[in-house]
Design a binder for this molecule. Sequence first.
Ligand SMILES: Cc1cc2nc3c(=O)[nH]c(=O)nc-3n(C[C@H](O)[C@H](O)[C@H](O)COP(=O)(O)O)c2cc1C
Length: 315
Amino acid sequence: MNTTLLSSPLQGFTDFRFRNAFHKYFGGIDTFYSPYIKLNGKLVVKGSYERDILPENNSTLQVIPQIITNDAEEFLFVAKYVKQMGYNELNWNLGCPYPMVAKSGMGSGLICNTERIREILDRAHSETDIIVSMKMRMGYENPSEILDVFPILEQFPIKNIAIHARIGKQLYKGGVDLDSFQRCLDVSKHKLYYNGDITSVEAFRSLQERFPSIDHFMIGRGLIADPFLPSMIKNNTTEYPENRFEIFEEFHETIYREYDAYLQGPTPIKMKMLGFWEYFSESFSNPQKTLKKIKKAGNSKHYEEAVKEIFKSEK
Ligand SMILES: Cc1cc2nc3c(=O)[nH]c(=O)nc-3n(C[C@H](O)[C@H](O)[C@H](O)COP(=O)(O)O)c2cc1C
């Protein structure tokens, strides 16, 4: 069976700069979901969201835009907006766990509101010709919430439902709940994608063995912590290329230069790269020591020296 690998969106990480560099240096990802578009009470898409999905910024990539909303007007507006840009599909986020989002009835906080889900899907399908796909957790309070949503979803030609096998309340803590994911597979008539904690080739293989009917897997954090993971999964190998850290270093250089040119002032670039290194460090022999070196670098000169040293020690 052919496996399709999708990059799970990570707000603040997997924007078009990251996606393009990732695709160039590592590959292995078939389709990238862009981090969600969120409107702020007005029917206007912010410039940063627009830049992220502009076709010219994604010319060699397969990208699916995503929205987070609990409002039908917003959904219709963004559906028409992305359609105009040339996209046929809009992914709907019912997974975000952050209390501010969930408490306002969005993301995983919308899963329990079946009536609102029905209304939005109804209008999306009667007033636009966008293809809708979903990305969900299994609930906010408990993993049975999703079971009440499936009968609503069945009334619509949803392309697929990607399920992060956790509940909102968990945030990112605890493990994935594979028994509840199995129950979703037993009950749903839609095509399901698996998402959650694919952090190694071994973890992927064991999920593939447990869910043989799944042929679409989404990888989020694992792909930043180990950018070779998707291509190793695709090539069915646990072996890294010999020049692993040379490739990694060139990739780092590319995104660092691009973010440095785009972000104003020393603090934003420092915070941006530190965010990446919280994941990247896991690829190195001593993750804690690696991260400490990055944290200690007070200015860009020291940062660049620290990075050089980190890569040198692995070669
Ligand atoms: C910092 C961060 C930002 C995220 N942003 C998004 C987002 O914009 N849209 C979305 O659907 N999920 C988002 N997620 C969730 C991930 O896409 C993914 O579903 C989750 O991390 C589980 O998969 P993983 O274990 O492979 O990372 C985010 C997660 C993190 C940690």
